[in-house]
Design a protein around this ligand. Structure first.
Ligand SMILES: *[C@@H]1O[C@H](CO)[C@@H](O)[C@H](O)[C@H]1NC(C)=O
Ligand SMILES: *[C@@H]1O[C@H](CO)[C@@H](O)[C@H](O)[C@H]1NC(C)=O
Ligand SMILES: *[C@@H]1O[C@H](CO)[C@@H](O)[C@H](O)[C@H]1NC(C)=O
Ligand SMILES: *[C@@H]1O[C@H](CO)[C@@H](O)[C@H](O)[C@H]1NC(C)=O
Ligand SMILES: *[C@@H]1O[C@H](CO)[C@@H](O)[C@H](O)[C@H]1NC(C)=O
Ligand SMILES: *[C@@H]1O[C@H](CO)[C@@H](O)[C@H](O)[C@H]1NC(C)=O
Length: 343
C-alpha cells in the first residue's frame, strides 16, 4: 500500500514536471511563461525558449537557444533593448494573439505587433522558429502564422530563415550584432540586402557601408569564393517580383550550423563540432581589413602583409599626412605632381 502511494506520488510528480497537457512547446492564454518556470522545449528537442541572463549580466531576456548543445548559444532575443530586472518577468499571449513580456508590477517591457486572432497559441517549432497562430491552424504551414520570430532576426541566421526583403510589403530582415557579450541590444554592425544595382549582401557599420558580398552568380556571391554550397548545406538566393532573400538549408540534418554577426562586425559561418564541443568558424567575412569597401581611400593600395596596411603607389603621396600618420588611410593618395592635361 505504501509502495503504491509512493509510485502514485512519483507519477504525480512526473505529470507535474511535464507541465500542462497542451504540450511543453506551446503558450496559451491560460499558460503564460513566468521566469523560473520550465522553459518551452520544441517537439523534437532541438530548441529551448525561456528567460536567461547573458554571461556577465543580471538582466533577464526572453531568448531561444539550442537544447542539445552544451555551450549555451542564444540564437534569438525578444526584448533585446528592454530587459526585465529582477525575477518578475513573464511572457504571455494576449487574447488577440499579441505576445507580451511584462516585468515588475506587470509593466509591459516588450510586445509583438498586435493582431486580431480569436483563439491564439504561441509555439516553439523544432527549427527554432517561435510562431503565433490560431490554435486550429497548421504548425507546418507558414501561411497560418500571424507572427514568427524568423521575421525578426537578432544577430543569427538559422537554416530556413530568410535574410532580405518581402517586396510586396517592403518588409526587410537584417542581422544586427549584439552591443557586447553581456548585452544583446543592437550593436554597431548590420548585415542586410541592398536592392540598388545588383541586389547583394552588404554590411553597414552604423550608416556606412563597410563590406559587400558581390552579386550572386547562381552558386554563390562573387566576392566570397569560400561561400559555396557544401555536401552538408545548400545556399540559395531568391530574386523575383515578390522577394529578394538569402536563405540556407542543411542537407545533412546531423550537422548544426548558423550564420552570426559578431561584436567585431565579422559575419561567421559556424559549425558545431560535436566531439570537441565547440563552434568552428567555417568561413567568415570580411576576411581582413583589406576586404572592405575603400579600406584605404582613393588611389591607395591595401596589403595586409604590410604595416601600415595602406600604401600610396609610386608618384602618389598621402592626401592627409596627419591622419595617414595615425593609420587612417581613408583620405587616400594624391599625385605628387598634378597631371597637366591641358597641354
Ligand atoms: C512596483 O510596485 C511597488 C508597490 O507599489 C513599488 O514600490 C515599486 O517601485 C514598483 N516597481 C516598479 C518597477 O514600478
Ligand atoms: C491586442 O491585445 C494587446 C494586449 O492586451 C493590446 O495592447 C492591443 O491593443 C490589442 N490589439 C488589438 C488589435 O485589439
Ligand atoms: C532594413 O531594416 C533595417 C532594420 O529594421 C533598417 O535599419 C534599415 O534601414 C532597412 N533598410 C532599408 C533600406 O530600408
Ligand atoms: C509577403 O508578406 C505578405 C504579408 O505578410 C505575405 O502574404 C506574403 O506571402 C509574403 N511574400 C513572401 C514572398 O514571403
Ligand atoms: C553528439 O553527441 C551526443 C552525445 O555526446 C550524441 O547524443 C549526439 O547524437 C551527437 N550528435 C551528432 C550530430 O553526432
Ligand atoms: C569575430 O570573428 C572573427 C573571425 O572569426 C574573430 O577573429 C573575432 O575574434 C570575433 N570577435 C568576437 C568579439 O568574437
Amino acid at each position: 500500500m505504501r509502495r503504491l502511494s509512493g509510485a502514485a506520488f512519483l507519477l504525480y510528480l512526473l505529470i507535474a514536471l511535464l507541465g500542462p497537457s497542451n504540450g511543453a512547446d506551446t503558450l496559451t492564454l491560460d499558460h503564460p511563461l513566468a521566469d523560473g518556470e520550465e522553459p518551452l522545449i520544441s517537439e523534437g528537442g532541438s530548441f529551448t525558449l525561456g528567460f536567461f541572463s547573458p554571461t556577465g549580466s543580471d538582466s533577464r531576456y526572453i531568448g531561444i537557444w539550442y537544447k542539445k548543445i552544451s555551450v549555451r548559444t542564444v540564437v534569438w532575443v525578444a526584448n533585446r533593448q528592454r530587459p526585465v530586472t529582477g525575477n518578475h518577468g513573464s511572457l504571455s499571449v494576449a487574447a488577440n494573439g499579441t505576445l507580451v513580456i511584462t516585468g515588475e508590477n506587470s509593466t509591459v517591457v516588450w510586445s509583438s505587433p498586435s493582431f486580431a486572432l480569436s483563439n491564439p497559441v504561441a509555439q516553439l517549432l523544432d527549427d527554432g522558429n517561435f510562431v503565433v497562430r490560431e490554435a486550429d491552424g497548421n504548425p507546418s504551414d507558414p501561411n497560418s502564422f500571424a507572427w514568427q520570430s524568423f521575421d525578426y532576426p537578432t544577430d543569427t541566421l538559422l537554416p530556413g530563415m530568410k535574410l532580405g526583403w518581402n517586396l510586396t510589403t517592403g518588409f526587410n530582415r537584417t542581422l544586427t550584432s549584439w552591443a557586447s557579450a553581456s548585452d544583446p541590444a543592437p550593436g554597431e554592425y548590420t548585415f542586410g540586402i541592398d536592392l540598388r544595382g545588383d541586389p547583394q549582401i552588404f554590411e553597414w557599420s552604423g550608416t556606412r557601408k563597410v563590406w559587400r558580398a558581390g552579386p550572386w552568380n547562381g552558386l554563390r556571391f562573387t566576392g566570397v569564393p569560400q561561400m559555396t554550397s557544401y555536401n552538408m548545406l545548400s545556399l540559395q538566393f531568391f530574386v523575383d517580383a515578390t522577394q529578394v532573400v538569402y536563405v540556407f538549408y542543411m542537407i545533412d540534418p546531423s550537422f548544426v550550423s548558423r550564420l552570426v554577426v559578431n561584436q567585431s562586425g565579422t559575419l561567421q559561418r559556424l559549425v558545431w563540432v560535436n566531439d570537441s564541443k565547440f563552434w568552428n568558424a567555417f568561413w567568415y567575412a570580411p576576411m581582413d581589413a583589406c576586404d572592405t569597401i575603400f579600406p584605404c581611400g582613393p588611389n591607395a593600395v591595401c596589403d595586409t602583409s604590410r604595416s601600415p596596411q595602406c600604401g600610396c603607389p609610386q608618384g602618389f603621396q598621402p592626401k592627409n599626412p596627419t591622419n595617414w600618420g595615425f593609420r587612417d588611410g581613408s583620405d587616400g593618395c594624391v599625385r605628387k605632381t598634378e597631371v597637366d592635361c591641358r597641354n
